[in-house]
Design a protein around this ligand. Structure first.
Ligand code: DX5
Ligand code: ZN
Length: 219
């Protein structure tokens, strides 16, 4: 069970400090948006490069950008531990996943809420993680979409059937109130933005979220 806090709703002018506030994080989730794939604009390679120098916590890059084939490898080149691209924004997902892995990063495949996993089941052996969006991508602080729970279950089943070692990440509206449902449905990596950064003690919230996820599957 891994918790990957999203810095989207943290203070973007003081990222190094915001990341230092969550030493218990397994990775730091960085949301890259281009104002085309989603109606919001955040940051790009220059900021990621700076952040990589400022922390030893691995970075989990979530690309919400068009033409991921062209831009994603640059993030692996910089040294990001994990690079996730959207299937809806990629022409050659297998080629891209192989390129990311060749550059030393973990490759992640993300699905918008309305995108099913089934057409991509044969690609699972090519990736290290699947990201099931549990809100429409673009903004932090949105309400968790319960209607995504069946897709989380089907994705977990597809991963099991593939025999590959693939992590299953959920992103959007994850909190102490929703994380147990996600874990029970088969998620094992959890992005949490507002839940972590609006908490009094963000690092304690990271540990509480991890404990809640763990507890919900061990009983
Ligand atoms: C939304 C981003 C998320 C966002 C999550 O498009 O991909 O990573 O920061 O924020 P919360 O946890 O507040 O929904
Ligand atoms: Zn994200």
């Amino acid at each position: 069970m891994q918790i990957t806090p999203s810095v989207l709703n943290a203070n973007l002018a003081d990222l190094a400090h915001e990341v230092a506030r969550v030493p218990s994080a397994d990775m730091i989730h960085v949301d890259v948006m281009d104002n085309h794939f989603v109606p919001n604009l955040t940051l790009g390679p220059a900021v990621v490069e700076g952040l990589l120098k400022a922390t030893s916590t691995p970075l989990d890059i979530h690309l919400m950008i068009e033409d991921a084939d062209r831009w994603a490898p640059g993030y692996a080149d910089l040294g990001a531990a994990s690079v996730t691209f959207h299937v809806e924004a990629t022409r050659a997902p297998i080629r891209l996943a192989r390129e990311l892995r060749h550059l030393g990063a973990r490759a992640g495949l993300a699905l918008r809420p309305a995108t099913p996993i089934e057409p991509y089941a044969d690609l699972l052996s090519e990736v290290d993680m699947v990201l099931v969006m549990t809100v429409e991508p673009g903004f932090g602080g949105q309400k968790f979409l319960d209607v995504m729970l069946p897709k989380i279950r089907r994705t977990r089943a597809a991963i099991a059937a593939s025999g590959a070692q693939v992590a299953l990440q959920v992103d959007g509206g994850v909190s102490l109130e929703t994380i147990e449902r996600c874990a029970q449905a088969g998620a094992d990596v959890f992005v949490a933005g507002s839940a972590v950064y609006s908490a009094q003690d963000p690092d304690a919230m990271v540990r509480q979220l991890r404990a809640a996820a763990q507890r919900s599957i061990t009983g």
